[in-house]
Design a protein around this ligand. Sequence first.
Ligand SMILES: [Zn+2]
Ligand SMILES: [Zn+2]
Length: 602
Amino acid sequence: MATRISSDPLVQPDHEQRMLLGDTPISLAALGPGHSLIAPPLPDEVIISVVGRFHILSCNRTPTATFQELFHCAPFNLSAWIPPHLEMLAPRIGEDVEACTLEILRAHTLYPLLAIFNGLSFPEDSRRATPNKATSAPKRLSAEPIRLCLECLREDLATCGVRYIHRSHQIPGVEVCSRHASPLLYKCPHCECSFGRRSNLALTPWRRCTCKKYVFDSILPHHEVDPVALSYARFSATLLQSSPHSAVPTRVLVESYRDRARAIGCSWGNEKVSRVRIKSEMEKFYGKDFLRRTDVAYRDDRLSEWLKMLNDYSVTEPPLGRHLLFAHFLFRDAAQFLAAVGGTGGNEQSGSIEQPVVKRLAIAVGTRKASKPSIPQRIAGLLRELAVHARDIPDCSIEDLWKSHYGLMKRLVSLDLEAITLLRRKLQQVKHEPADPAKVPRRSEKDGERARSVMSTAAALYASAAKPEKVTINRLAKEAGWNASALNPHAFPATLRALEEYAESNWHFYARRVLWAKLMHKRAAISVIRARSGVEYHRCLVLMDFFQDVDLSISYGAETITRLLAERGIQRDWPGPCPEREFPPAGRRYYTKSPIYIAESD
Ligand SMILES: [Zn+2]
Ligand SMILES: [Zn+2]
């Protein structure tokens, strides 16, 4: 196994021995000369890169063969913060499977950050571990694309003899290289095809792209780097390198956050931390665009529990990216943050990171190939075809076309990569030309009818005397017999407007439930009313208080609740009686999440 060594100079470290002994925790000495992981990991190399170099060095014909050889299973997503099956690599490194798995986690995944912020530890509670699960490494999934720094690719070849993918570039929200202050690439600079498409291995540093060019053969134009994005990248990289041995206790983390928030003046009254102030200061500091790019919940305006890392019981729940945004905003300096949470003080990394290299490089101008007469015609045909498709995609980019019309794009770049420039120009024209009335789906004749049916469905739901159910866009659409997400906005503008207008906010729904319970169980004890309403305890108390003056002697029937709400000026988008107050999470999210996966969608 693994005795075939590729002679490919792109992947073969020529002096791996010297470098590995000094820089990585998994030393070559421990592996011995006949080590079976033929691509020993390099400093800050992420695990997908280790496996990718193994694939190329091993000369395996397919990624499936490589996955079988290393993990004894079919290919799976390796571009995760902590991919599954890592423990399968441990026996290739040493005898103590648990210790070797931990070293892989600490040196080649984002485990150190998850240990600091999300309470992750390995091995997990040994009292609960079963013998066959004792070494199964934790997993954390993410769908972020692989990112590369061109400067790092060049420097790694010079210093390590091989190019590779850095894990510090894969930290959520990191957009610039912390060493070179250059923007990270997530797509091919020649053809704009996203890295790692259609393969569970990311082979971009060593193999040609679909367009037949090497990514590292490009020169990026000089780019002004946002100093805040650079500071964030350096802060995150330093924390990653600090490699804590155990998880930071949640109490320590939340107290460090609170103390620091008070110290920078984000508090009110009796030393309470002001979430409103923190949020507005964070917006000022990062800019709303950066927050939208980095945090899904911020982008979707789901902010009621955005800063729940300030609560004792939910400090580890927010996704890693939000913790990093928050910790960097509060502390700015990684060493100071690590000192606060009792870490190593940053390994002096923050001081030793090199200053950004000033780059003033011209855009590479390729030479146009002399093509056979038929090729320009074929290119023109493909360009026309792609432009037609581009008109169907709002604000269409080349990346969008790679996603929606991979085959056409592949044919285009294989004919002539320069066609990408033509395509780019064509897309600009498409953007500025008036919409072709024949192409844009016309408003459907049924739009008005469907909009009216939404309104009458909504009216019936709100007027019902039965126990109130939440009126959502999907529910309204479903009642009428269609799928809300399948409605084309050009064809059904009025229907979609009606759906949005007639759906209710959470608090509007809670209010309806509480009023219903009060009116249906007039003489019942408060605890019974609360239980019948099904509304979470704290929210229910607030609403019971809010509606305490409701006259319970009135007879209950259709429209009663609608009338009571209207009398108090409560609209369907009601944010509740105290929108600033933070409530414990309600519903299923109340329960501690499974220790296996953290969804990044929050
Ligand atoms: Zn770099
Ligand atoms: Zn390409």
